[in-house]
Write a new protein. Structure first.
Length: 650
């Protein structure tokens, strides 16, 4: 692997607006070299795993141990351990164990997810939430490539169904476990369980979340990390490994915001977040809400603390698990080395800020080699230009504390300084060309090319909805497009009541009408593996993070203005073209306003695969379509009874 690249790629378009800053005014720090040495010794002996570093330091304990003092974190109580509410996931849970054996023989890893509802206040504002195993955020799922994952999901919600999607996983041969409501499964009804049982043929940083309405915004999400021997080389670049979820956060249950957003006469004005969280923790100043706000706000919220060891290199696996906001993530006084985009390892790139849109992942290495006289801010600056308004209670910089000063209970001082690089004016990705996969995998030549476009518009009954080539997606009731496809293609053998004529219709390539007026399904070839180029045009003024289920795609070109067809057929369409050899592979990319992106995927994975904008509000407005891959294989498939049984209502 090459790790020589050290350029600082600049976002394509920038303005001169400085990020909003809200640093504490006067802080006094008394540093101590001795405490720092004692601490590194203590940490050095214990692999730096956990060690009770959550909100306090357990170094030495000797009465002569010097202390590093300063302004305490907000909400820091007398007894640090008493502060973890029972629904809060222990933050140490997201610190990975560096002794994990990436070479272990394939095994089966079992997890149980019990979905419940309750009340919680990640930032002190109490609201209705959904939990996995009683906690927010959800448990770390960790495995090796080649393992089998078995997750028994039990729905203990009072009234609503649920489903879990494994974001970025191929589900090759198990399309019905992709977890996509109305496409690959019906919801798991209250009181029932579904066992997701699939093998892992890939590695990297992924996540899982409910794919049932906007449910994940209320808490059903968590990280999914897969290791592999192919990681050994990159592991030489870091000493520690941990997950950092970053997300926007709303003080109302998602259904409340959704109903406002989808109400008549509302022209795509998305709900603006109220706050942001890092690993499910965020600070909120209760004085933002008046006494009559209707919110219960406890003034004891605080910042997430990432306790690092001094002079170590930590891989931070950033995952944007939010609804809407893109963040520019930076660490004061520390340069970040990007080594992974979604689950693709890339040649190291040094940056000051990493833009990360909803559902994307980046791994960055942070070297804790700056002064120990202070703690430092990790900042997630929301790109507010992508909001359609202001939310007066929102602090647009979501922060967490990076601590290796020897005192993780104090706020960073004024010596922790944000980078001066301007924030991008649009929600954009890191330049694709700056991210070069460390494993070169040139794309095969294309066999199909489709242009798609989407827009938002006020339609019938003054409702604003998204249109994907004219179709507004809405969820099917009591059936799925996968079930319709399998039954229609397989015929009477599977007890289908579908007529011969529609069965024939479904076998054609291109847009398939038989799924109904709210499903835009593109059928691929029957007897061959298609290599599909999609030229996706945005006819909208916003930015959109698009995600294709079940695949990793190559980003071939992205621009605004006319598409050069001559160049396309000469240099991009064919195999072995130098123009595409270094293309970045990922599963979620950001499409700019009134622009286009050309990407390619290999449709060797039989199933119905959702392609949608990952902004939760836009998905609910209908910004989703589907690819039907290998209908011939689907025709010979039978959906397991437990999955099929979830659709029993119909
Ligand atoms: C950390 O800082 C706090 C607040 O200034 C102080 O009370 C405490 O003694 C310090 N602890 C250590 C271990 O330095
Ligand atoms: C904040 O205060 C509330 C009310 O006293 C308490 O229930 C909760 O556990 C506290 N949360 C934290 C993080 O200390
Ligand atoms: C880390 O993994 C090693 C090897 O599996 C194990 O022995 C050790 O107990 C683990 N440490 C923690 C803190 O879980
Ligand atoms: C899944 O979990 C539920 C609830 O604990 C349990 O009743 C069920 O037996 C489990 N299913 C399997 C296959 O283990
Ligand atoms: C259940 O779904 C309904 C209808 O979508 C929604 O109004 C309600 O808030 C949901 N409740 C929970 C606990 O998810
Ligand atoms: C999981 O799937 C494998 C392969 O189909 C099967 O052998 C195994 O019995 C399944 N396990 C469970 C718990 O369903
Ligand atoms: C919270 O906001 C109030 C009013 O703006 C301000 O006086 C106070 O200092 C803030 N508290 C913190 C901890 O920032
Ligand atoms: C952080 O960087 C700023 C700007 O370069 C510098 O003034 C400051 O002293 C640095 N802080 C520390 C703790 O080194
Ligand atoms: C989608 O719509 C565009 C613009 O009307 C059209 O050029 C394209 O052929 C359509 N794509 C498909 C797959 O029908
Ligand atoms: C699904 O089936 C149930 C039971 O037959 C019925 O009450 C419900 O309306 C159906 N839902 C949809 C969306 O068709
Ligand atoms: C389109 O691409 C061809 C082939 O690469 C090139 O010769 C031509 O100049 C391009 N046209 C425009 C308008 O850029
Ligand atoms: C999916 O499975 C098919 C059939 O076994 C195989 O040809 C293909 O390479 C697999 N694709 C991926 C991405 O693993
Ligand atoms: Cu969108």
């Amino acid at each position: 692997m090459t790790t020589s690249q050290s350029s600082l790629p600049k976002p394509a378009a920038t303005n001169t607006k400085s990020p909003p800053r809200s640093r504490p005014s006067v802080l006094l720090i008394v540093g101590s070299i001795i405490a720092f040495i004692l601490l590194s010794l203590a940490l050095g002996l214990g692999l730096g795993l956990g060690l009770g570093l959550r909100y306090h330091i357990s170094a030495g304990g000797s009465s002569s141990t010097p202390t590093t003092s300063g302004t305490p974190l907000p909400g820091s109580g007398a007894d640090p351990n008493a502060r973890l509410e029972d629904w809060r996931l222990d933050p140490n849970h997201y610190v990975l164990n560096m002794s994990w054996d990436t070479h272990a023989a394939p095994t089966t890893r079992h997890y149980d997810f019990v979905i419940t509802e309750g009340r919680g206040g990640p930032d002190g504002v109490v609201r209705d939430m959904l939990f996995i195993n009683g906690k927010f955020p959800g448990p770390l799922v960790e495995a090796n490539m080649g393992d089998r994952l078995i997750v028994n999901v039990t729905n203990k919600l009072r009234a609503n169904a649920t489903s879990i999607h494994w974001h970025g996983l191929y589900q090759n041969g198990t399309n019905w476990l992709d977890g996509t409501m109305g496409i690959t499964q019906c919801g798991i009804p209250p009181g029932q369980s579904l066992v997701y049982n699939f093998s892992l043929d890939q590695f990297g940083t992924y996540w899982y979340h409910s794919h049932y309405g906007t449910q994940y915004l209320d808490g059903i999400l968590g990280p999914l990390i897969i290791h592999a021997p192919a990681e050994d080389e990159v592991r030489k670049l870091y000493d520690r490994d941990r997950v950092v979820l970053i997300q926007d956060w709303y003080h109302d249950f998602s259904q409340v915001n959704l109903q406002t957003y989808l109400a008549p006469d509302n022209e795509n004005t998305e709900p603006i977040p109220d706050n942001g969280l890092v690993n499910g923790v965020g600070y909120f100043n209760c004085s933002m809400y008046g006494a009559d706000s209707g919110y219960t706000c406890y003034d004891n919220s605080t910042y997430a603390v990432l306790s690092l060891d001094v002079n170590t290199r930590t891989r931070l696996r950033l995952i944007n698990t939010g609804a809407f906001a893109e963040f520019d993530v930076s660490a004061d006084n520390h340069t970040l080395s990007v080594i992974e985009a979604d689950a693709t390892l890339v040649n190291r790139v040094l940056v000051h800020r990493v833009p990360i849109h909803v559902a994307q992942r980046y791994s960055v290495i942070l070297h804790s080699n700056q002064s120990t006289s202070t703690n430092y801010w990790l900042r997630g600056s929301m790109i507010t230009n992508c909001f359609t308004g202001d939310n007066p209670v929102l602090d647009t910089t979501t922060k967490a504390v990076i601590s290796y000063s020897g005192n993780s209970t104090i706020l960073p001082s004024d010596a922790s300084v944000d980078w001066t690089d301007a924030l991008p004016i649009h929600c954009i990705d890191l330049e694709d060309t700056a991210l070069v996969p460390s494993q070169q995998e040139a794309p095969p030549g294309a066999t199909k090319m489709w242009r798609l476009d989407f827009s938002f518009g006020i339609g019938a009954m003054q409702l604003d909805r998204a249109k994907f080539n004219g179709t507004t997606w809405s969820v099917l009731g009591n059936t799925t497009t996968l079930m319709q496809a399998v039954d229609g293609l397989g015929g009477e053998a599977q007890g289908s009541s579908v007529s011969n004529s529609s069965r024939n219709t479904w076998a054609v390539e291109g847009q398939v009408g038989a799924f109904g007026s709210n499903q835009f399904v593109l059928g691929l070839s029957k007897d061959q593996i298609d290599v599909v180029d999609i030229l996706l045009y945005s006819l909208d003024e916003g930015s959109h993070p698009f995600h294709l289920h079940g695949h990793t795609f190559w980003i071939l070109q992205t621009a605004s203005g006319p598409f050069n067809w001559t160049n396309y057929y000469e240099n991009i369409y064919p195999a072995n073209s130098p123009a595409t050899a270094h293309a970045l592979r990922r599963d979620t990319f950001t499409l700019q306003p009134y622009s286009w992106t050309l990407f390619r995927f290999v449709a060797d994975n039989a199933g119905l695969w959702a392609f949608h904008c990952h902004i939760a509000w836009h998905l609910e407005a209908g910004l989703m379509m589907q690819f039907m891959s290998r209908p011939d294989v689907l025709a010979a498939t039978s959906i397991p009874g437990d999955v099929r049984g979830l659709c029993a209502g119909g």
